[in-house]
Design a protein around this ligand. Structure first.
Ligand SMILES: Nc1ncnc2c1ncn2[C@@H]1O[C@H](COP(=O)(O)OP(=O)(O)O)[C@@H](O)[C@H]1O
Ligand SMILES: [Mg+2]
Length: 239
């Protein structure tokens, strides 16, 4: 089964068409990357799948459920990490994970969720410090842990490592890749072409609200005789 099926998706903001009829599928268990420059329509597409924005036209199916017919059901099986998410600064990392876990479960089940979150965040003793003492990288790790600790069937991660240094970005990539091997489907966006090449089973190149190419990094590089995805993108957009 496909985790996500999108057909002819269009999204208008007033008279401005941000997404101009895109179609793609994400297979179950796959790490799929939506890649393109700022303003291409990545966040808009992810927010639609996360049920936070209304579709203008087209269909979106998530694990066999129609997004417009059953938004509540779709919401239950996915987890969404916004690109500009923040955590509550006055809580410790641990308290923040506990606070979130309590929306999903109680008692021992909530404890198990928190434990998983602590493992994913990998902040060691700093998990007991207040979030406002965290670096950007530590906060992002906590937020990624928050998004993944509940074992969502589908994780939607917008600009997974935006604003992070190389080491923090690497750790977050490794963490997400690791968890995805346990059967979770991941849809992520990035404007970092190296990142998607490292992480994704398949990628869609998006530019100006349209998908210009889609395939495995290897397929795309072979098709354009390119040595990396940045080159593929440049050639695909010019074509
Ligand atoms: N709420 C909004 N109202 C009007 N235009 C918007 C809104 N959100 C995004 N846009 C526009 O839609 C286009 C796609 O934006 P976005 O989906 O955020 O792209 P990306 O995530 O790829 O950078 C951009 O031109 C952006 O300015
Ligand atoms: Mg964006």
């Amino acid at each position: 089964m496909n985790a996500i099926e999108i057909r002819d998706l269009v999204k208008d903001y007033g008279s401005f068409r941000a997404v101009k009829g895109i179609s793609f599928e994400v297979r179950e268990g796959e790490v799929f990357g939506l890649i393109g420059p700022n303003g291409a329509g990545k966040t808009t597409t992810l927010r639609i799948i996360a049920t936070l924005l209304r579709v203008t036209s087209g269909t979106v199916n998530v694990l066999g459920k129609d997004l417009r017919a059953e938004p509540q059901e779709v919401r239950k099986i996915l987890s969404y990490l916004p690109e500009d998410a923040g955590a509550y600064k006055n809580l410790t990392g641990m308290e923040y994970l506990e606070f979130i876990a309590n929306f999903f479960a109680t008692g021992a089940k909530a404890d198990a969720i928190v434990k998983k979150g602590v493992d994913i965040a990998a902040l060691a003793d700093r998990i007991d410090d207040k979030v406002d003492t965290y670096s950007k990288g530590m906060t992002r790790r906590l937020l990624v842990a928050r998004a993944l600790m509940t074992d969502p069937k589908l994780a939607i991660l917008d600009e997974l490592t935006s604003g992070l240094d190389v080491i923090n970005a690497q750790e977050i990539r490794r963490m997400v890749k690791d968890i995805s091997t346990r059967g979770m489907t991941v849809l992520l966006s990035s404007h970092n072409m190296l990142e998607v090449e490292l992480m994704c089973d398949r990628i869609a190149l998006i530019d100006d609200g349209r998908i210009v190419e889609l395939g495995t990094p290897e397929e795309l590089k072979a098709k354009y005789g390119a040595s990396n995805i940045e080159e593929v993108f440049t050639r695909a957009v010019k074509a």
